[in-house]
Design a protein around this ligand. Structure first.
Ligand code: GDP
Length: 340
């Protein structure tokens, strides 16, 4: 490991803002030198933390349509965790920056964190038009931040792919909706009601509408539970007002309850599944369906990736190793007879 990488790693562990920002700059920088630094860092963290269930930060994803109050809620939640003595990192995934060239999600002024507070860090990351949902950068960023902070809050916008991708990143996925938005129906139609671990109706200060939305949501969850849509207990639904700070404690309790229900084993399993999904999409990005078929198809590739991850390599390193094997194999005239 080079000196500057060692230095940055030490800074990351101490939650030094400049070092954390430096690492995330590398994460966003697609050039080879930056990406290999990130890979080295991830490898080191993977070796140290293993599957990371016990000693890594809690990863909480908040998702939902624009305007429902996710940024406001994240700010409240972040402050509440800080007040409880936990260090907090916030990653806001910015789907707009492809067009606006890097505009931050929402109004960051709403984030009332003290800029001098070492134990909180905030950053927007752009998905840069990545067609497959949350970008690779987000996976790396969240993994790196979770090695240094007690809580990592990930805020994403949209319905569809992002909702399904967030499950590969977060231990607990919170879907935020607002009263009168018809969101429940929309999510039912989109078939993503099974993804969130928790439902929040924000803007509960808009009283009547909020009560109605909450009871609609609860009855939709009840119906889904009755037809066996959830493998475990059905997700909780609660209401909050990010504007007035109501329900934040309930939200924290519900997040803790979900985490406890998951257990260390469940959390490790979920992270392994997330890393596998991340590696597989990296593999497809770099080697395509052709590469996959050369190695014997999707199942074989997933098995090989899984084996690499279990050995403690980071997702990018596992893909690199498999890629090298693929290239060697393609050059080997006997390849068709001796598949990797
Ligand atoms: P996001 O796009 O989902 O991140 O939503 P924002 O946090 O940017 O909030 C969108 C708008 O809703 C802003 O004008 C907020 O002030 C407002 N807002 C957020 N939370 C609440 C709430 O609990 N009650 C009310 N009445 N308005 C809220």
């Amino acid at each position: 490991m080079t000196r500057d990488l060692k230095h940055v790693l030490a800074g990351l562990r101490a939650r030094d803002k400049a070092s954390v920002a430096q690492v995330l700059n590398w994460v966003e920088d697609r050039r080879f030198a930056a990406q290999s630094r990130v890979q080295e860092l991830l490898d080191r963290l993977c070796r140290e933390h293993g599957d990371g269930a016990e000693d890594e930060g809690l990863r909480i994803g908040l998702t939902g349509p624009p305007g429902v109050g996710k940024s406001s809620l994240v700010a409240r939640l972040g402050c509440a965790y800080r007040q409880a003595g936990r260090s907090v990192a916030v990653v806001a995934i910015d789907p707009t920056s492809v067009v606006s060239g890097g505009a931050l999600l929402g109004d960051r002024a709403r984030m009332e964190f003290d800029p001098r507070d070492r134990d909180c860090f905030m950053r927007s990351l752009s998905t840069r038009g990545h067609a497959g949902g949350l970008s690779y950068a987000v996976h790396s960023a969240v993994q790196i931040l979770a090695s240094a902070f007690d809580v990592v809050l990930v805020e994403t916008t949209g319905v569809g792919q992002n909702e399904t991708d967030i499950i590969h990143i977060a231990d607990t996925v919170v879907l935020v909706v607002q009263p009168g938005g018809g969101d429940t129906l929309q999510f039912l139609k989109a078939g993503v009601m099974e993804i969130p671990d928790l439902f929040v109706v924000n803007k509960a200060d808009e009283t009547k509408l909020a009560q109605r939305a909450l009871s609609d949501l609860k009855s939709a969850l009840h119906t889904l539970a009755a037809v066996g849509s959830f493998s475990g207990a059905p997700p909780q639904a609660i209401s909050t007002s990010a504007r007035h700070g109501d329900g934040i404690e309930d939200l924290m309790n519900a997040i803790s309850a979900h985490r406890e229900g998951l257990g260390d084993k469940g959390r490790s399993h979920r992270r392994q599944q997330g890393d596998l999904a991340w590696s597989f999409s990296l593999f497809l990005r770099d080697f395509g369906v052709f590469g996959m078929n050369q190695l014997g198809g999707q199942e074989v590739v997933k098995r090989l990736l899984h084996e690499g991850l279990v050995r403690g390599s980071s997702p990018p390193a596992v893909v690199d190793t498999l890629g090298s094997a693929l290239l060697r194999a393609i050059r080997d005239p006997d390849f068709q007879r001796h598949r990797v």
